[in-house]
Design a protein around this ligand. Structure first.
Ligand code: OGA
Ligand code: NI
Length: 361
């Protein structure tokens, strides 16, 4: 099958939706009907458990019997989420990036409009995965941008960015690329996958950045900031710009809130890593809630394998005692098919399961 040129790929394009901060500014007492989400009301949450914290410096200085590696391994098996401290990202880059992201969302509407999504792409301001005019909406605005490899960048969008932001995105993107590589090599070690196989998959991998802005909401319990989903990529690094809580992870059918630790980054396993690990690691559903008095900002950096590589359980992991539970498919085709579907829980991973082969092409 012919694959679509990368430049023409649809990475979650969306119908145009109203700007949520503009709604928030109107000081409504009730939110518009499109944001009312009865299915998300009265969330069952449990604040007693918390996601594991991993010290990256300890991790990289340890050997394979190291307890930090064990901790990482069980965190990825049981939670699919961790907070990473001592991650080594240059503090001034985080600070500068944070300031520029805040400024981006504070741009006047006329300026934002110049950076709004076009019909054919998720990049720019807007939202993703909105496919019908009836679909319910999330209480957030996002700004999406493809950052790596360089050839997939939309040059005109980069040129339109405020120049300080353009410079710092470059630095931030490189830091996230290095950090993701360090973490996936540790995952390979924990999983006993050949590190070179993992490096190869990630070399010249794709990276995209999604900045999320959640304005305060007059009826926070009636709506949702970000609908439950698992990430389609291999590894996500989430930078929460402030210590406002909002992110929740589904564990044993309970939503567990994540309390942001100062100077930590959230790392989570995406669908592609679940596939490479042959189901050992879990790409866990998560969502974001909003609150009535504080805004919240976060930036997710999605790292994906090289578009031309083959996605499937790692060769160095499978064998007679560990048969593959997922099919193999070229990354670009995987992404194309994923984004052609509506964001819908974990259904696409189910399609990739070996048992799903019957009746599938
Ligand atoms: C995402 C995401 C959560 C958050 O961007 O995929 O899950 O807390 N964000 O903003
Ligand atoms: Ni996510």
């Amino acid at each position: 099958m012919e694959s679509t040129p990368v430049a023409k790929m649809n990475f979650g394009k969306s119908l145009l939706v109203p700007s949520v901060p503009e709604l928030a500014k109107q000081h409504l007492t009730n939110i518009p009907a499109r944001y009312v989400r009865p299915e998300q009301e009265s969330p069952v949450t449990y604040a007693g458990a918390s996601i594991p914290v991993i010290d990256l410096q300890k991790l990289i200085s340890g050997d394979s019997m190291d307890s930090e590696l064990q901790k990482l391994h069980s965190a990825c098996q049981q939670w699919g989420f961790l907070q990473v401290i001592n991650h080594g990202v240059t503090p001034s880059i985080l600070e500068d990036f944070k300031r520029e992201v805040i400024d981006l969302f504070k741009l006047p509407m006329e300026e934002k409009k110049k950076l709004w999504q076009q019909e054919d792409s998720f990049e720019g301001f807007g939202n993703s995965f909105v496919v019908s005019e009836e679909q319910k909406l999330d209480w957030n605005d996002m700004f999406g941008i493809m950052t790596l490899p360089l050839r997939i960048r939309k040059v005109d969008l980069f040129q339109k960015l405020p120049s300080n932001l353009r410079g710092i995105i470059e630095a931030y993107s490189n830091e996230m690329k290095s950090l993701a590589m360090i973490i996936v090599c540790q995952l390979a070690k924990a999983l006993r996958i050949d590190e070179n196989e993992m490096r190869e998959l990630f070399s010249d991998g794709m990276q995209s950045i999604r900045m999320n802005y959640y304005p305060p909401c007059p009826e926070p319990h009636k709506t949702i900031g970000f609908s439950p989903h698992s990430d389609a990529d291999a590894l996500t690094i989430l930078f929460q710009l402030d210590e406002t809580e909002g992110l929740q992870v589904r564990k044993d059918d309970i939503w567990v809130p994540i309390k942001p630790l100062p100077n930590a980054l959230i790392v989570n396993i995406g669908d592609m890593m679940e596939i490479v690990s042959n189901g050992v690691y879990k790409s866990i559903e998560h969502r974001a809630i909003v609150n009535s008095n504080k805004e919240r900002l976060s930036v997710a950096t999605f790292s994906t394998f090289n578009l031309d590589s083959e996605l499937g359980p790692a060769h160095s992991l499978i064998g007679p005692n560990n048969p593959p539970i997922f099919r193999r498919v070229v990354v670009q085709k995987y992404l194309q098919d994923f984004f052609a579907r509506k964001l819908d829980g974990k259904s696409y991973l189910d399609v990739m399961k070996v048992e799903a082969r019957n009746g599938e092409s």
